[in-house]
Design a protein around this ligand. Structure first.
Ligand SMILES: [Zn+2]
Length: 162
């Protein structure tokens, strides 16, 4: 957790030191002068500590802002890329994100794993044969497996194909 009061705490210390400096100027007795000078030194050290804390807090906040800005940019790029896909059910009970054909320069038809898309990752489903000869589509990243209900001959196609 970031300490948000570090700057105001440092400002309070600065005000205290300023008040002590005024007192120091007004004091005539050397014993009192030494006592005030010692207090002043202690407060100066305290102020330096607080300024160091404030600087560390500021640095941590700047780093967090950069991190959030990077995440936002990545999220915007991913959302923009996802607009090239359509949520689609090629087989009963199975949902995928399918690349739209209507786009200029559309890639070869393929399906993205909905599970991975939720985590903002594009993972292309791959055809796999089951030991019993059924054709499934499986995510190489999260291992989600979708049953086509066919024994072969099922290739991805564009959902907006005529
Ligand atoms: Zn996946």
């Amino acid at each position: 957790m970031l300490e948000l009061g570090a700057v105001s705490s440092a400002m309070e210390s600065a005000r205290t030191i300023l008040g002590m400096a005024k007192t120091f100027i007004q004091v005539g007795n050397s014993v009192e002068v030494n006592s005030v000078a010692l207090d002043l030194n202690m407060k100066m050290l305290e102020l330096l500590d607080r300024l160091q804390d404030a600087r560390a807090t500021e640095s941590a906040l700047a780093q967090k802002i950069q991190e959030l800005e990077r995440e936002l940019r990545e999220s915007e790029v991913f959302q923009s890329e996802l607009e090239n896909y359509l949520l689609f059910s090629p087989w009963p009970g199975a949902f995928v994100y399918a690349r739209k054909r209507s786009l200029v320069g559309a890639q070869y038809p393929h399906y993205l794993c909905t599970n991975c898309v939720e985590g903002r990752v594009k993972s292309i489903l791959q055809a796999v044969d089951t030991p019993k000869g059924w054709l499934n589509y499986k995510c190489p990243r999260c291992s989600l497996e979708l049953q086509t209900g066919s024994r072969g001959g099922v290739a991805p196609y564009y959902p907006d194909e005529p």
